[in-house]
Design a binder for this molecule. Structure first.
Ligand code: B1M
Length: 212
């Protein structure tokens, strides 16, 4: 029988090989993708998120756990597609134009995936028009913008302006983050929210989309 506690513990410890093995044997036993996600992988990542928020673990542990989470997700992803499980929400995320930093953005993307969101990762150095066209194509109602340089923060405002010009601003919420970004800056440029770290970004994404 699938041992979800063992799966959570392996994920929290960042043991990707063990997570893969446990997820694969759960699949072989006929456990559903939803149960593997909701009872094994997501609660494990939630523990890491809470510990990260309280400074009980740091970026390296989170990245290692996130990699283990990704390994588990890769095992269940094909089953999820088959069982038509609806994601809780869709997010387009990327690092803004001119900015190549992606470690924080990737962490936010992984935590969102871990919380059940479908994440469309636009990558780095993403121009405003690309965010806008991706939101339109995918019908995502949330865009996440990451910037690590003070010189690239204005590209966040440019992206909001682009969404406005494309008539999407009322339909799409925009959350922003990255080391130099602040709540004050989010208020100044009219973003819908700011998150200081990856687990707060998950809470904010749920808030903005009205997900309990
Ligand atoms: Co760069 N770099 N870098 N760099 N780099 C910084 C950002 C810098 C602060 C270093 C310094 O001088 N002390 C400085 C910026 C100064 C400033 O603008 N005020 C800087 C500079 C100047 C540069 C270059 C210009 C250097 C040069 O070439 N002269 C250059 C720019 C390249 C470019 O982007 N065009 C450059 C290049 C690079 C590398 C390529 C070498 C590498 C990036 C590798 C990569 O990302 N693949 C790099 C790195 C690694 C850093 C530091 C050391 C670490 C950044 C990082 O990954 N942190 C950084 C110094 C620092 O931050 N202490 C620095 C770990 C990561 C988990 O944290 O990204 O903050 P962070 O993400 C957090 C939160 O911010 C938040 O959640 C994450 C997890 O908690 N968050 C969000 C992030 N995005 C979010 C989005 C959200 C919500 C929350 O919603 C959507």
């Amino acid at each position: 029988m699938a041992d979800f506690k063992e799966m959570q513990d392996a994920l929290i410890a960042g043991n990707a090989a063990k997570v893969k093995e446990l997820a694969e044997s759960a699949v072989a036993e006929g456990v559903s993708a939803v149960d593997i996600l909701n009872q094994g992988l997501i609660p494990g990542m939630a523990v890491i998120g809470e510990r990260f928020k309280k400074n009980e673990v740091y970026v390296p542990e989170v990245l290692i756990a996130a990699r283990a989470m990704k390994t588990g997700l890769a095992v269940v992803k094909p089953l999820l597609a088959e069982s038509n499980v609806e994601p809780i929400g869709k997010v387009v995320i990327g690092t803004v134009k001119g900015d190549l930093h992606d470690i924080g953005k990737n962490l936010v993307a992984m935590m969102l995936e871990g919380a059940g969101f479908e994440v469309i990762d636009a990558g780095v150095d993403v121009p405003p028009e690309k965010f806008s066209s991706l939101a339109k194509e995918t019908n995502a109602k949330l865009i996440g913008l990451s910037a690590l340089l003070t010189t690239t923060m204005p590209a966040m405002k440019d992206t909001l302006d682009r969404l406005e010009a494309d008539g999407l601003r009322d339909e799409v919420k925009v959350m922003i983050g990255g080391a130099p970004v602040t709540q004050k800056y989010a208020d100044e440029i009219g973003a819908d929210g700011y998150a200081p770290d990856a687990s707060s970004a998950v809470d904010l994404a749920k808030d903005l989309l009205g997900i309990a």
